[in-house]
Design a protein around this ligand. Structure first.
Ligand code: FAD
Length: 417
């Protein structure tokens, strides 16, 4: 869509009346082959790959609010694949490959910036664990390095490595292919491509009930109408347990508030993402100059999305240990999202006990990095019925058969691990 200088001026003086909708609302059909519930990055990526990889367009995406208004646009934009467990690593590593080509693939600038992810260890024991992770990553073909002392100081000159601290820094695991991606661009890039290919996206349109006949999903009801369908994907992040419950499916999830904050913008001072593991606090600087900070979940289960001074204080106290200059910046905004977290801390993807009803949930506060890989794999499952190898370890049945995927430290209350 192009605007001449004249039309921009016209929109400015007419208060943007008749500004065309970027995403026009289509007429809802009585039936679709597939209904995707949730217009976040995961649901929209699934829609995109259904059309681009499989040529399937008879698909509706129903979003309760506005696209990308959930955790997709609330996260701190970090992408990386520095996981120890093979299943966790492989999915995120595939995602990193997709991130690097996504701007060209979508013809939409998602601003993937591989500026590196620096994970700080605070004891010799922790550094030994990081070395194990780095070795595993290298053996699987990913870049990984352990930096200590001068080499770490050179990589992050602003980092305070002086020893007189409660949690001194022993070293770091660095993945240079990690970094950040502009989160709302991801939602809009996937949405615009899916819509242009003929997929119908409905905003302000929550799924409110399911029709199930003889153990098979046959329809989704929304305030805009009942949609008959052959398959449904639930991809609603912090609302997963509530929406799955509408189909009588119990998910082993805890939902917890997670917060993030941003400072006023200043000149460039930090060209990477740094994570402080003692209690969790992580920092990156946006292209605009703001510092984005995040930390651990709240300490109790809740569907509320709200901030608390306790968490701000906690995240900032640790961030200032890393970068003392942050103490002089003003905090501009802070916000939160609802993280849905299984007890092993890993996602739940694949089939449910209801035929035709698929689930993608349990990504907690770590699922943005997997967005294109999730979309790719769930599209494959919906289109072919074949379970992708990358998804199989995350099946719901793992909680019944004892095959949990426990990457210690990414569960609901990481400080308890
Ligand atoms: C503060 C914070 C920081 C984070 N930082 C990172 C990070 O740096 N890196 C990382 O990898 N991950 C991070 N995450 C996690 C990441 O944001 C999520 O795992 C990921 O965005 C989930 O994507 P999604 O598309 O499934 O969810 P969402 O974007 O939340 O999409 C789900 C959508 O479903 C909709 N919905 C809900 N109920 C219904 C219904 N009944 N009918 C229709 N639609 C419905 C919601 O409105 C929402 O738009 C963070 C999360 C938070 C909260």
């Amino acid at each position: 869509m192009g605007y001449s200088g004249f039309s921009l001026l016209k929109h400015a003086v007419t208060g943007n009346r008749r500004w065309p909708d970027v995403l026009a609302e289509p007429e809802m059909r009585a039936s679709y082959d597939i209904v995707i519930i949730g217009g976040g990055g995961h649901g929209l990526a699934t829609a995109h790959y259904l059309t681009s990889n499989h040529g399937i367009t008879n698909v509706a995406v129903v979003e309760a609010g506005w696209i990308g208004g959930g955790n997709t646009a609330r996260n701190t934009t970090i992408v990386r694949s520095d996981y120890l467990l093979n299943a966790s690593f492989q999915l995120k590593h595939f995602a990193l490959k997709l991130w690097s080509d996504l701007t060209q693939d979508l013809n939409f600038n998602v601003m993937y910036e591989p500026r590196g992810y620096v994970d700080l260890a605070h004891s010799d024991g922790e550094l030994e664990h990081f070395t194990l992770r780095a070795n595993a990553m290298q053996l699987r073909g990913a870049d990984a390095a352990i930096l200590t002392g001068d080499s770490l100081q050179q990589r992050v000159p602003e980092l305070d490595l002086s020893g007189a601290k409660r949690f001194p820094v022993a070293g770091a695991l660095v993945q240079e292919a990690g970094g950040v991606v502009r989160h709302d661009a991801v939602a809009w890039g996937f949405a615009q491509n899916a819509a242009a290919a003929g997929i119908h996206i409905f905003q302000n349109c929550p799924a409110i009930s399911f029709d199930i006949d003889a153990g098979r999903i046959i329809a989704v009801t929304t305030p805009k109408g009942r949609i008959a369908c052959k398959q449904v994907l639930i991809s609603v992040a912090g609302s997963s347990s509530e929406v799955a419950q509408m189909a009588g499916v119990d998910l082993p999830l805890t939902t917890i508030n997670v917060q993030a904050l941003v400072t006023e913008p200043v000149k460039p001072a930090l060209d990477t993402v740094v994570n402080y593991n003692a209690g969790l606090s992580y920092v990156s600087q946006t292209s605009k100059g703001e510092f984005v900070l995040g930390g651990a979940t709240d300490g109790y289960a809740s569907f509320a999305r709200r901030g608390s001074f306790e968490r701000i204080e906690d995240v900032l106290a640790r961030a200032v240990q890393m970068f003392p200059f942050l103490s002089r910046l003003r905090l501009m905004r802070h916000w939160s999202g609802s993280a849905d977290i299984p007890m092993d801390g890993n996602a739940i993807m694949g089939r449910t006990p209801i035929d035709g009803l698929m689930i993608n949930a349990g990504w907690g506060y770590a699922g943005f990095k997997a967005t294109p890989a999730v979309g790719w794999c769930m599209a494959n499952l919906l289109a072919t019925g074949d379970m992708p190898d990358l998804v199989a370890p995350f099946a719901l049945e793992r909680f019944a058969n004892g095959a949990e995927q426990d990457d210690a430290g990414i569960g609901p209350y990481p400080w308890l691990h």
